[in-house]
Design a binder for this molecule. Structure first.
Ligand SMILES: CC(C)(COP(=O)(O)OP(=O)(O)OC[C@H]1O[C@@H](n2cnc3c(N)ncnc32)[C@H](O)[C@@H]1OP(=O)(O)O)[C@@H](O)C(=O)NCCC(=O)NCCS
Length: 188
């Protein structure tokens, strides 16, 4: 059984950031430029890291950050608390071995401990199956806006009309409100 470490961002030192960045650069080759040195995040900095390790470093990683997203165009008081989940990765030499499934379980456990209504993420077609396999629910037809990764220039606002998924935690799937999702900033 894999042991996962759940750590708050403020407890990580330079070496821990470097270890995480090294694995993220391997798992996301298209973003390797962004995961250099101790740059262990590419968008919104997580507040919690979930990691597994072996003698060579980090084998699996996910980042979590609680944020309010605007859904629709209502006033601030109607914004919704979510746990943004991102940088979900297994080191390539271990992919397909079941580690990702255990990581997804660990993420669910952390979101349960945080007692958020929902987890929220956007993912590509290739990995939709992975999330759905692990309890996430697709939001067909949902549209969301967010600021781009730092590497690509975060001033750019992207409007994405597919790939949105939620994980109901303390709320029910049916409680998710209708309307366009606005991060008003970067995603994890
Ligand atoms: C996505 C990723 C984390 C999955 O980890 P993994 O270790 O390869 O996955 P596992 O071997 O644990 O598979 C877990 C389960 O999900 C399924 N699964 C894995 N990848 C899948 C995919 N792309 N589509 C559908 N199902 C998938 C597996 O069949 C398995 O199902 P099972 O429990 O019924 O056997 C890993 O492939 C990865 O790091 N990819 C690169 C980074 C990335 O794209 N991250 C996600 C986007 S943020």
């Amino acid at each position: 059984m894999t042991d996962f470490l759940v750590r708050r961002e403020g407890t990580l030192g330079l070496r821990e950031h470097e270890e995480i960045a090294a694995t993220l650069a391997l798992a996301f080759p298209g973003y390797a430029e962004g995961y250099r040195g101790s740059a262990s995040w590419a968008g919104l900095q997580p507040e919690v890291r979930i990691t597994a390790h072996d003698a060579r470093g980090v084998t699996a990683h996910a980042g979590v950050k609680r944020v309010f997203v605007q859904i629709g165009d209502g006033p601030f008081a109607e914004d919704h608390l979510v746990a943004a989940v991102g940088m979900v990765a297994v080191r390539p030499d271990l992919q397909g071995s079941g580690l990702g499934g255990r990581l997804a379980d660990a993420v669910r456990g952390v979101l349960g401990a945080l007692q958020v209504p929902f987890g929220l993420l956007e993912t590509g077609e290739d990995t939709t199956g992975f999330y759905v396999r692990h309890g996430w629910r697709a939001l067909p037809g949902a549209v969301g806006t967010y600021n781009d990764f730092t590497l690509h220039g975060p001033a750019r606002v992207i409007r994405q009309d597919h790939g949105w998924h939620i994980l109901p935690v303390t709320a029910e799937f049916e409680d998710w409100p209708d309307g366009e999702i606005h991060w008003n900033g970067q995603m994890v």
